[in-house]
Design a binder for this molecule. Sequence first.
Ligand code: SER
Length: 878
Amino acid sequence: MHKNLDDIRQEFLNFFKKKGHEIVASSTLIPDNDQTLLFTNSGMNQFKNIFLGIDQPLFKRVTTAQRCVRAGGKHNDLDNVGYTARHLTFFEMLGNFSFGDYFKHEAIQFAWELLTDCNWFNLSKNKLWVTVHICDSASYDIWTKQVDIPNEHVIKIGNNTDNFYDSDNFWQMGKVGPCGPCSEIFYDYGDRFQGGPPGSLKEFGERYVEIWNLVFIQFNRQSNGNLLSLPMLSVDTGMGLERITAILQGVHSSYSIDIFKKLISSISQIIKVNDDNTNRSLYVIADHIRTCSFLIQDGVLPSNEGRGYVLRRIIRRAILHGKKIGTNNIFFYKLVSPLIKYMQYLSDRLYEKKDFIEKILLNEEKLFEDTLKKGLKLLEKKLVLLKGNVLNGEIAFDLYDTYGFPLELTKDICLKRGIHVDQANFDQSMLTQKKIAKESNKFYVISKNISLCNVLNTFVGYRDLTCRTQTIALFRINKPVNKIYAEEEGIVILKNTPFYGESGGQIGDSGQLKTISSLFQVTSTKKYGEIIGHLGVVNRGAISVGEEIIAQVDQYKRKNISLNHSATHLLRAALCQVLGSHIVQKGSLVNDQYLRFDFCHYETMTEVQINTVENLVNKQIWINFPIVADMIPIETAKNSGVVMLINKQYEKIVRVIRMGNFSTELCGGTHAKSTGEIGVFIITKEFSIASGIRRIEAVTNNTALSVMHQYKKLLQDIFTSTQSDNKNILNKIHEFKSRCQKLEKEIKHLRNQQVIQESLSFIKEIYYIKDVQVLIKQVENMMLKPLTNLIDCLKRQLKSGVIVLINNKNNKISIVVSVTKDLIENNRINALNLVRLIINTLGGKGGGKPHFAQVGINNIINTSKISTKIDYLLQNIL
Ligand code: SER
């Protein structure tokens, strides 16, 4: 009997445990404190700082089964999924690691023993091939002299360019970070499959599959490409669990291993298509439901940037593959259940978050359906009006950019109608957009200039709002200057500053910088790296570099900002209590007017939930907890469960803000002294800003009071104008509404009557062109609805014929054409064809269906000629 995937994982870990390795849990898919990586893409990511010598290892030998995603960034397999037998975007990487302990010899011996020993994986030695880096003679010697692999199965791989790190046998984590030469182990599936050994011309076939990569970490790659030697030599290995399982289960494709077989069979039942083992779309969907569920589990949500954007693309790709094989129903979220059932080892946490994951996927799928509908409608419009058989690539780009409409889909739809999409044009639009995005990043330029000025200023504004200090650099129009003169705008860098630099959602302070003869009005502040810049204008005199000045923060504004910031902490803690622990901050804004807090939650908050949150926050305000700021080591903060942002890089010592036992959060912002100072807290709005993300806006203290005053006044005005009071206002409104509805109904009835009367008078003007009854008539200022009513009425009386109404509305002409069914069926005439002819003759834009079509014309000078022209067209085609 074949071993199942869970057994194989366990066997790998047991083997290395026996060899003195500590089994360490997989880290999450969101790399902890690493801005250089989109997703965890290898077992070594969680040990990056150990390899670099920054952190000390707890164990010198470690083994893991790491969940990885390769979709975006340096290692990206998204486009291969479904098209090769082995690529997956989500997979588990089995690895053994040595941190300055063993090196090449043991790493190679361990790998060989596990793969070939009859007590372990027991693979035939003749089936294994290995590659080594051309400069790595040590590894070559170990393989050829100390391991019983056929020598011709050991292949040296050269460099792609002059750089020895530019080789398939040199592994790099990303553009920067740990790296080194590697030795890869391949399995030969035999001559049933096409392809040659690694390094040969035919290496890209499916016969030889890479199963294990042994990396000998020696360098730290810098962003300029330089390789710095690391103080210790380490080992990082990675074997694809799904690939080794395929081999041990005697199948060729990762999609044919036990868990995928079961998953794919469930998927084909849910979306009701045949699972015939060749359905690549089913592979893609199976792969993507794993990736998406685990990404959401680990805290990624669909959005328009960064990780969220990649997730959104994967979800959409899966849905489009569903459509490709014929499902028009919403299906993707339904796949979470079978996934949990079959991924036993990994499914505990998935199960905990099942409802949440399903809701996010469902929302996203609905959203995409809407988007597709809108895009389709637009494309349809463009295609109706298209002259010739080439669609401008700009239109395809617009659909892609605005509606997320993949180019492939546009191409498919066009292809069905014999239309071709101009790809060059599409690529050009894409390029232009990227250029614009780059150019608009001016902040980057100034930021770079300021960071380069090599200064550091100290923020003293937690305690002092005024201080005597010195200007150390000045900038005007992005360039360093020695002086800023009256009326000129600029940026001032001070030695010490009481001004808070805009960050962490809190806006910067404003205030003044003064000397005896000059005054610089600070309107805002920004952080450039660690440097705080004061942005503003010189109101009086001039300021120079090196001058002594008094820096004075606007106290009133600062106070209001601080109250709102403290209230944001209370709000977050209250949301967690009321809605659940899945509440993760997705953004925030704190200024002197209000506070805004974005968080992930899958549905609208109910009125009761909003009130409960509001009450809970106000309760903490009235308890009047002191607000305490402590500096503590990051590890202590992590261990004591302090709220912090996921994926943010924190210093070793961090600032923690505590409000009684209600809220403890990492924060560099400014705060009230005690919760009581906030006075009162009122939520003014709760709404959705993106799928799965909600926003709360709230006010505190004086602003809360003035918001209440505004509401009171508004209510009073309503009472006065409706002659009501708070007891009968709702009845009054209902009364108004039903009266309005009654009146609208009456008006509609009267209009219809009027239309019928008018139509009776039109009947006289019907004439024949050949044997077809034709009515061409000018009408004035009619809205679309009465116009279509009029047409219906005329059609009823005409029974068979063509009706053309020329509506002159505010000097815009719209021509409406209607044709009765019998004429369409007999191929006598079709409204859309007539409209196309009208457009060719008179210009304008329009479209429609065979029985009803219309065209709008803007620049008509002589309307009276239109009837004659249409009559002429009809004479020709009837
Ligand atoms: N880091 C290497 C890889 O991902 C080995 O684990 O291939």
